[in-house]
Design a protein around this ligand. Structure first.
Ligand code: PDD
Length: 282
């Protein structure tokens, strides 16, 4: 099979899967999701995605019924049914369940719904630098939960698309938070600076791996918020996410940025590729 969808025990090709209208995800986006990278029939950093998934469920008071082992076995069984060793995306989401539309939680509680799919995904080459725009961050204060409420992210991403850019950088006033679907860091004076983990950003798995690489390789890490203006003077600006890995910017809002430490960027990117290679035995 080229792709596979799963919903509460049923499987089919993605285009044929149907979900009930009263799944609360339809009315409220009342659920959480994860996106993981797959190659050679193996998911990368699944432990990190599971950590964040169960954490998101806890913060949403969603009592998901599978434990880590059961969920791991399930996603692996889906991945096993794909007929390619090439790069794929594993997506899954869990909603609060199916119930007639009422804003408050169903009472008595209903069983959460699990939706998943696996499909091929081409990751853009990391060596290609990217163009960014800045957008005021108008999201709520639950950005640490990987919820399905993504409208401000959709608007920002659309704005980037219309501007011919690859990503939109969110800022609250002066301070940079993250991107529409990734985290952002800068390198200045040999140190990596990135916004701290709080309710204003999502704890990205690739951000975590980037910080681990820096810590292991003597690159100082400073988890304090940085200003929009600091990006222009930075030696490098790096955007991280599962579906684009680690990419450096060459332009923000039409102004040239970064490009001053290409060797360091390449070392960081190679470190990430190596980590994937090792974990997946590629
Ligand atoms: N998005 N911040 C936001 C708002 C995100 O949506 C994402 C990922 C990240 C980076 O997380 P990670 O490094 O674990 O991929 C940060 C995924 C890829 C998506 O929504 O498709």
């Amino acid at each position: 099979m080229n792709n596979i969808a799963y919903y509460n025990g049923k499987t089919s090709p993605i285009d044929e899967m149907m979900i009930p209208m009263n799944d609360r995800v339809v009315y409220f986006g009342d659920g959480v999701y994860e996106v993981a990278y797959v190659k050679n029939h193996k998911p990368f950093a699944l432990y990190d995605h599971l950590d964040r998934f169960y954490n998101s469920c806890r913060m949403m008071s969603i009592d998901f019924y599978m434990n880590r082992e059961e969920l791991t076995d399930l996603v692996q069984s889906l991945i096993d049914q794909i007929d390619t060793d090439a790069e794929c995306i594993l997506y899954w989401q869990c909603s609060r369940g199916t119930a007639p539309r009422k804003h408050y939680f169903p009472n008595p509680p209903v069983k959460p719904n699990l939706l998943a799919y696996v499909k091929p995904l081409a990751i853009p080459p990391m060596k290609n630098r990217i163009k960014l725009i800045t957008v005021e961050d108008q999201r709520f204060f639950f950005c640490n939960i990987k919820t399905l409420n993504l409208i401000p992210n959709v608007f920002a991403s659309q704005k980037a698309e219309e501007a011919g850019c690859d990503e939109a950088i969110f800022h609250r006033g002066d301070m940079v938070t993250e991107c529409s679907h990734g985290n952002i860091s800068i390198i200045k004076n040999g140190a990596l600076k990135t916004a701290p983990l709080n309710n204003l950003i999502l704890a990205g798995t690739v951000r975590k791996h980037l910080l681990e690489f820096c810590n292991a390789n003597g690159i100082p890490v400073d988890e304090t918020p940085f200003k929009v203006a600091e990006m222009v003077g930075a030696d490098e600006v790096i955007v991280t996410s599962t579906t684009t890995m680690m990419r450096a910017a060459y332009e923000i809002d039409g102004q040239p940025v970064g490009g001053k430490l290409p060797d360091l960027v390449e070392r960081i990117q190679n470190g990430y590729v190596e980590r994937i290679r090792k974990e997946l035995n590629l």
